[in-house]
Ligand binder design. Structure first.
Ligand SMILES: Cc1cc2nc3c(=O)[nH]c(=O)nc-3n(C[C@H](O)[C@H](O)[C@H](O)COP(=O)(O)OP(=O)(O)OC[C@H]3O[C@@H](n4cnc5c(N)ncnc54)[C@H](O)[C@@H]3O)c2cc1C
Length: 258
């Protein structure tokens, strides 16, 4: 495993390949090598979530659904590491994007949302996880909640960027329309579900089998590969709904942010 020497991160201070089914092979060298990522842009998505764009000249490329390990190092040597999904579709721009929720009292997300500025340097290692990757080769039924939509958006963007015709549907849960990450980008492939507040005429409540039934009824030949991402409780809820609606258990892939 190769590692670059640890370096300090701006003003960070601690607060008070195709294998179906199964795992896609991960490049061990890329997964084990820390690289410097320079923050180039911050875009607000909702009042709690922003997208952070980084230049990573040596990025090995990724598949939609994969994530990375991110490391912040304070001047006193204190290190904080967290996993983050890749929000951007694979491309050869030498840039990657992450979308972070601002978690209350969160050490790393708090630093990004209150301190980080373009030009700051952090470290990343990846891409990681072959299991949740979607190469674009099979019909995909995507279920996400909150920031769980991040890796699913990479899949949607990849689908659009390549003009893929393989069926893809996204069922995404957010508390309110204002908290729906990527709202402006979501298209006809997406069904939003609002749990706390919605425009007049739109029902409010949790995701149910009624949301899934029409999608499973229109399952393409060979069926869907389901990808579920969100908190532990959402992952449990959504996977139970899928099984109850007839989705085979071995065709449900789950990523938990909890
Ligand atoms: C594979 C993977 C991919 C992930 N991808 C993303 C992503 O794309 N975007 C994203 O925003 N997050 C993502 N996460 C979550 C992320 O790794 C961190 O857990 C999150 O940013 C909180 O870190 P923090 O340092 O800000 O908070 P911490 O300092 O670790 O926690 C502060 C407090 O918040 C609580 N807490 C921690 N995490 C959460 C959470 N997610 N929701 C609510 N409360 C929490 C803790 O229990 C603690 O009380 C992912 C996690 C995994 C495992």
């Amino acid at each position: 495993m190769t590692e670059t020497a640890a370096h300090t991160t701006g003003s960070f201070t601690p607060p008070t390949r195709f294998a179906v089914p199964g795992r896609i092979e991960v490049d061990g060298a890329a997964a084990g090598t820390w690289q410097t990522a320079t923050l180039t842009e911050i875009r607000r998505e909702t009042h709690r979530a922003s997208t952070f764009r980084f230049a990573v000249p040596g990025w090995a490329g990724h598949l939609p659904g994969q994530h990375l390990m991110l490391r912040l190092t304070a001047e006193d040597g204190y290190v904080a590491q967290r996993h983050y999904s890749l929000a951007s579709a694979p491309d050869d721009s030498g840039h990657i994007e992450l979308t972070l929720d601002h978690v209350e009292d969160g050490e790393v997300s708090g630093w990004f949302h209150t301190v980080a500025r373009p030009g700051d340097r952090i470290e990343v290692r990846g891409p990681l996880s072959g299991f949740f990757a979607w190469p674009g080769d099979r019909p995909a039924l995507l279920l996400g909640a909150g920031s769980g939509v991040v890796p699913l958006m990479s899949m949607v963007r990849h689908h659009r960027a390549l003009g893929l015709t393989v069926p893809l549907r996204l069922l995404v849960s957010a508390r309110t329309p204002g908290e729906l990450i990527y709202a402006r980008e979501l298209g006809t492939e997406t069904t939003p579900v609002f749990t706390r507040g919605a425009p007049a005429g739109t029902p409010v409540g949790r995701m149910t089998t009624a949301h899934l039934a029409p999608l499973l009824a229109e399952a393409p030949a060979g069926g869907w590969e389901a990808y579920v991402c969100g908190s532990n409780s959402f992952a449990e809820h959504a996977s139970r709904l899928l099984v109850a609606a007839g989705q085979p258990v071995d065709r449900i892939r789950i990523e938990r942010f909890g």
